[in-house]
Design a protein around this ligand. Structure first.
Ligand code: HEC
Length: 104
């Protein structure tokens, strides 16, 4: 019984933590985007950078709302289009989550 109630407490404690983690992941993804992508892409609603050549992240979210397709894009080379990034897996995951969060 005692073990059960401690497990229950643990599970309850984990719930808000999961929501918090999601918020943090999006904030981190936005930071990655501002640092590495904003030169070419409009990365968010308040962002003034970007260029005509690169689609805005909001439009990418609209037209390619697929996390694995985005991950694959980011792990491939795009010579002459996008620089080659050495993004960590974590950074790729958070920036993809951030892009998809812009979907309306
Ligand atoms: C040097 C400019 C440049 C930078 C920096 C850049 N991109 Fe791009 N990106 C482009 C261009 C140009 C395209 C359009 C390529 C095409 O359509 O062939 C593109 C396309 C994409 C696409 C595919 C869009 C689609 O419709 O399939 C994704 C996803 C993407 N960029 C994500 C990123 C992310 C994430 C970063 C930052 C880590 C980044 N880009 C940084 C220029 C850039």
């Amino acid at each position: 019984m005692r073990i059960f109630s401690s497990l229950l407490l643990l599970a309850l404690a984990a719930l808000p933590a999961a929501a918090q983690t999601q918020t943090q992941a999006l904030a981190q993804g936005r930071a990655v985007a501002e640092a590495w992508c904003a030169n070419c892409h409009v990365v968010g609603s308040g962002s003034r950078t970007g260029s005509d050549a690169a689609p805005s992240f909001a439009s990418i979210a609209q037209h390619r709302p697929n996390a694995s397709a985005l991950r694959i894009w980011l792990s491939q080379r795009h010579k002459d289009v996008m620089p080659n990034y050495a993004l960590s897996r974590d950074e790729v995951d958070t920036v993809v989550a951030y892009i998809l969060s812009l979907r309306q």
